[in-house]
Design a protein around this ligand. Structure first.
Ligand SMILES: NC(=O)c1ccc[n+]([C@@H]2O[C@H](COP(=O)([O-])OP(=O)(O)OC[C@H]3O[C@@H](n4cnc5c(N)ncnc54)[C@H](OP(=O)(O)O)[C@@H]3O)[C@@H](O)[C@H]2O)c1
Length: 244
């Protein structure tokens, strides 16, 4: 389908080294885009054999997104950027987010870095009349027991999508988001690798299965494509009906 052909488009998927972001990166690459990804390891080969991380055909750079100066000073290997996907994310378990170090770590990676990345690339996106897609979470729509910072960061991400969507639409940049439900990645192993917790989680999902990175990528492809040319500032839940 012509509208989902991303040939001659350049994309950067932050958090594209793993899980949902990696699935999004491959979905864009498979439809013709040149795709750059960021992750935390030194080199692409450091992800060899890692479950959920396939760096083949992607251009990799290391970036700690909690280092805002490093983002600002980053010299990009691309001159134009059509699609920026922000899929970085972390969580701290065992009540660590109730203490300031854990709270701040999650806020920096999940929320503050979104603005740092958006501000780094907004001029390039304006030049290309491009699209920014932020991966938040259905956690942004309800309380999440034990994870106050994850929750606040995702609620904030949904608000940021609205506000940047409004602020930048006039510059020709469409800003939208996707809020995944439960997807089996290294972020959620605490649930998905535990048979009891996994079955309990699935029992609350109307679609009766976990989501996949490909499920999330479908919504990102739509939002980044001309099919969504009049969609601004919206976050689409992709959750198998979880929060209905
Ligand atoms: N899985 C779910 O059920 C679910 C549900 C709702 C929302 N989400 C959201 O989806 C997004 C992707 O998560 P995922 O489930 O795909 O988890 P994941 O497989 O752990 O991927 C997280 C990505 O973020 C990167 N990252 C983490 N900290 C970073 C840092 N300080 N600097 C740079 N990159 C950093 C990771 O890099 P490395 O590969 O180097 O670790 C990885 O690429 C996150 O925003 C998450 O909150 C996930």
């Amino acid at each position: 389908m012509k509208d989902l052909d991303f040939s001659n488009k350049t994309a950067l998927v932050v958090g594209g080294s793993s899980g949902i972001g990696n699935g999004i990166a491959h979905a864009l690459k498979d439809r013709g885009a040149t795709v750059h990804v960021w992750g935390t390891r030194d080199a692409a080969k450091d992800y060899d054999g890692v479950e959920g991380s396939d760096l083949r055909g992607l251009h990799y750079d290391k970036m700690d997104v909690a280092d805002f100066d490093a983002i600002e000073n980053y010299t990009s290997p691309f001159d134009t950027l059509d699609i920026l996907v922000l899929s970085q994310g972390t969580v701290v378990y065992n009540r660590g987010e109730f203490e300031m170090p854990g709270w701040l770590k999650v806020m920096d990676v999940n929320l503050n870095s979104l603005m740092a990345c958006a501000a780094k690339f907004d001029d390039m996106l304006e030049a290309s009349k491009g699209s920014l897609v932020i991966i938040s979470s259905t956690a942004g729509y309800h309380a999440t027991k034990g994870n106050p910072s994850y929750n606040a960061s995702k609620t904030g991400a949904i608000g940021l999508v609205r506000t940047l969507g409004q602020a930048w639409a006039g510059r020709g940049i469409r800003v939208n988001g996707v809020a995944p439900g439960l997807v089996d990645t290294k972020l959620t192993k605490v649930t998905t690798d535990n048979p009891t917790r996994r079955e309990a989680a699935i029992s609350h999902i109307p679609a009766k299965r976990l989501g996949t990175p490909e499920d999330i990528a479908g919504a990102v492809l739509y939002l980044a494509s001309p099919l969504a040319s009049y969609v601004c500032g919206q976050t689409i839940p992709v959750d198998g009906g979880l929060i209905l």
